[in-house]
Design a protein. Structure first.
Ligand code: SF4
Ligand SMILES: [Mg+2]
Length: 441
């Protein structure tokens, strides 16, 4: 174990938690030196770590921002952080990802995407050719013939060239080095200073799993890369493409066409709702169940209420059931999904089946009102059921709309007029939307 006593960005007196001889020791020290070389304000540095031994770095860098993420996703998090900083904050943040070969394989598309959009992110791939933390399994960056616990006769496959993938993803700065290279500090600092996406793959040893199974010393890493046909050194250093936020500015400022403004809903009705009302709507796919729920939600917003809507349907989208859970409330809502329904609307057999399979009867209370189509059989014992000729009068595609309108008309959780205005906007004059007999129910 080593003590990082002279470090400036690292935690004073931090004890390196890695196995003796592990390449991570070197990488982190060089990263610390690189930050020192650039004289970056620690508050302008964000380290985003992945799962794996390299992810233990968070605790070793207490002067800078750190974010520990899920396996493979660190580059995705870092991209969001970098873009948010450029667009919303000081724009000075340098966001650096520490990820292993296993994590970079799992989250490869995050690396590709960060490179494509040219986010100001530096990805340091600590490549020891295996999943170290979980016991030494093969990764996509394991070289052919390399022996791991899951390739005891040597890996059968050639390794992925992550630098070539980065190049194909239009990354501006790409380097492949070994952890013992004397100029690694310079390369890391060059990558961090680069205005846009940069990646440094650092080849290193896992002394716990790698060197025990392979005749391997640090000076053999370059030869291994060469044998795989992987180029070493600074492979690309080209700032031709503007970094994401500058490209965003250019594209937005040069946009000549009309930009459709966002639609905001201004409350124009008053409500008397004192507590949340929870509504479940269900029927068949293609019969406007979810769009009715959206209209209900919009009408509630027009009354100044808070709303959530949660939808469910089978993956097939166009067949089977369709279900929405809507909460409307005078106060802020902290979760989506109905826990105790005030109203349950069921307009078709598909909806009734789903109500049973989702065990909605365990999410009702003694006051729950069921509005169902007259064609449906529902065990009415102990339930407040109102059976209406919804499909016959409103048609299958407007049965849910009729049911919501009925609730607003008879129970008045908020003014029916708000929903009515949306119905008229969509379907024409209110009195002609459904068959005449509807208006008497
Ligand atoms: S298991 Fe391997 S990668 Fe993890 S700390 Fe030990 S030597 Fe390093
Ligand atoms: Mg690894």
């Amino acid at each position: 174990m080593n003590t990082a006593e002279t470090c400036t960005y690292m935690t004073h007196g931090a004890v390196m938690p890695f196995c003796k001889g592990c390449g991570h020791n070197n990488i982190l020290k060089k990263l610390n030196d690189a930050l020192g070389m650039l004289r970056l304000d620690p508050h302008d540095v964000c380290l985003v770590t992945d799962i794996g031994c390299i992810g233990l770095a968070d605790a070793l860098f207490d002067k800078v921002h750190t974010v520990h993420t899920t396996h493979g996703r660190s580059t995705g998090f870092a991209t969001g952080i970098a873009v948010a900083d450029k667009v919303l904050a000081s724009g000075k943040l340098k966001t650096i990802v520490l990820i292993g070969d296993g994590g970079s394989m799992i989250g490869l598309l995050h690396i590709v995407n960060a490179a494509l959009i040219n986010a100001d992110v530096t990805v340091i791939v600590a490549n020891n050719f295996l999943f170290g933390m979980t016991g030494g399994q093969t990764s996509s960056l394991t070289p052919e013939h390399f022996n791991t616990i899951t390739s005891p006769f040597g890996s059968m496959n050639p390794s992925l060239d992550i630098c070539k993938i980065s190049d194909a993803s239009k990354a501006g700065y790409i380097a492949r080095k070994t952890a013992t290279d004397k100029d690694l500090t310079d390369i890391i600092s060059e990558a961090i200073a680069f205005d846009g996406f940069s990646i440094v793959e650092v080849l290193e040893l896992c002394t716990e799993h790698g060197t025990k199974r392979n005749e391997l010393k640090g000076n053999m890493l370059s030869k291994m890369a060469e044998a795989e046909g992987h180029e070493l050194g600074v492979i690309k250093n080209s700032a031709k493409r503007p970094e994401f936020s500058r490209k965003y500015d250019i594209d937005v400022n040069s946009h000549k066409g009309e930009i459709k403004p966002l639609k905001f809903i201004t409350p124009s009705y008053k409500h008397n709702l004192k507590k949340p009302a929870e509504i479940i709507l269900t029927g068949s796919a293609g019969e406007r169940v979810q769009s009715t729920a959206a209209m209900l939600a919009e009408a509630a917003l027009m009354c100044g209420l808070e709303v959530t809507q949660k939808n469910d349907n089978p993956v097939t989208q166009g067949s089977g059931f369709s279900l929405s859970e809507v909460i409307i409330s005078p106060d802020e809502i902290y979760y989506t999904g109905v826990s105790s329904a005030d109203y349950v609307i069921i307009v078709s057999e598909d909806g009734l089946k789903e109500i049973k399979s989702q065990d909605v009867f365990n999410r009702i209370n003694y006051k729950t009102v069921f509005i169902i189509d007259e064609s449906l059989e529902l065990n009415k014992e102990g339930l407040n059921v109102i059976s209406l000729p919804l499909r016959r009068i409103c048609g299958g595609d407007k049965a849910a709309i009729g049911a919501v309108d009925y609730i607003l008309k008879h129970f008045e959780p908020f003014p029916q007029a708000a929903f009515k205005s949306l119905m008229e906007k969509r379907f024409g004059e209110y009195g002609k939307i459904f068959k005449g007999e509807y208006y008497n129910i």
